[in-house]
Design a protein around this ligand. Structure first.
Ligand SMILES: NC(=O)c1ccc[n+]([C@@H]2O[C@H](COP(=O)([O-])OP(=O)(O)OC[C@H]3O[C@@H](n4cnc5c(N)ncnc54)[C@H](O)[C@@H]3O)[C@@H](O)[C@H]2O)c1
Length: 254
């Protein structure tokens, strides 16, 4: 199978690419390196069946060609990160909404399967736990830039589901919850907070290192997992499960 991964030089994309290459799949990455990095994929560059393009998902012509050649599109490229979202809401909305629309439009031609990454932020302020995809959305006000991320991803979900209903483009929407791991932008900051400030990122609702259980991870210089003294392998296992869930999301649609 030939996978196109948008945002493939990012945190989740680069790990997913690695796992797919290990399984013998052909992987094509498209990334503009806005929050991703070449460092994340340097070790994959020499792999057989691996190709990458440094360009934007808003380059319609490039996207059309890459989607045409792919069997499956895993659409992860997005404006991500609380600072970016709050400081550049226009970029957030444009990247997340226009970008997804361009991917789906390209997929329509040959009805390519698209897995699009949404976020648990879409559950917003809901207090109805366990969360359910059919539950009402309760987001914050439009005067707070932070909510533009959740709203843009909710619109991505509407778009994807509409492309399926109206135009029979097979789509899968996954609402990912926050996770942390090697190669993630801002990880060093999260870990500093975990050390000095209790629960990492809890104040702004971002980040997932769990100080309460004493588990958090150091970002080793070689980008390896390195458990801090006394911690278990829980986060590593959690992250592997996370990637497996994304991969089985794709398999479910084949
Ligand atoms: N990591 C999490 O905890 C988490 C939680 C919920 C949802 N998600 C979603 O998963 C996806 C991947 O997130 P991530 O954590 O790997 O973030 P990331 O920032 O590491 O990856 C996003 C990638 O998209 C690329 N990108 C951004 N705009 C682009 C554009 N216009 N054209 C091409 N590439 C572009 C960035 O350079 C980056 O490599 C995102 O859609 C995000 O919303 C992640």
């Amino acid at each position: 199978m030939r996978y196109l991964i948008t945002g493939g030089a990012g945190f989740i994309g680069s790990h997913l690419a690695e796992r797919l290459l290990d399984r013998g799949e052909h992987v094509v990455l498209l990334d503009n390196l806005s929050t991703g990095s070449m460092e994340n994929i340097r070790h994959l560059k020499s792999r057989e069946r691996m190709e990458y393009h440094l360009d934007s998902i808003e380059n319609r012509r490039m996207v059309a060609e890459l989607v045409d050649d792919a069997d499956i599109v895993v659409h992860l490229a997005a404006a991500v990160g609380v600072r970016l979202i709050v400081e550049s809401p226009v970029r957030t909305i444009e990247t997340n909404v226009n970008g997804t629309q361009i991917i789906l439009e390209a997929a329509e031609k040959k009805r390519k399967l698209v897995l699009t990454a949404s976020t648990s932020e879409v559950y917003g302020k809901s207090t109805q736990v366990p969360f359910h995809e059919e539950a009402d959305l309760v987001l914050g006000p439009t005067t707070k830039g932070r909510w533009s991320y959740a709203a843009s991803k909710a619109l991505d979900e509407f778009l994807a589901l509409s492309y399926w209903r109206e135009r029979k483009v097979p789509v899968i929407v996954v609402r990912l919850f926050n996770t942390v791991g090697p190669r993630q932008t801002g990880l060093a900051l999260l870990l500093r907070r975990a050390r000095y400030g209790g629960i990492a990122g809890a104040a702004d609702g971002y980040g997932a290192s769990d100080r309460r259980s004493g588990e958090y991870w150091e970002h080793g210089r070689n980008l390896d997992w390195r458990p801090c003294p006394g911690s278990e392998n829980a986060h590593r296992k959690f992250f592997e499960d996370y990637l497996r869930a994304v991969r089985s999301g794709v398999r479910a649609g084949i």
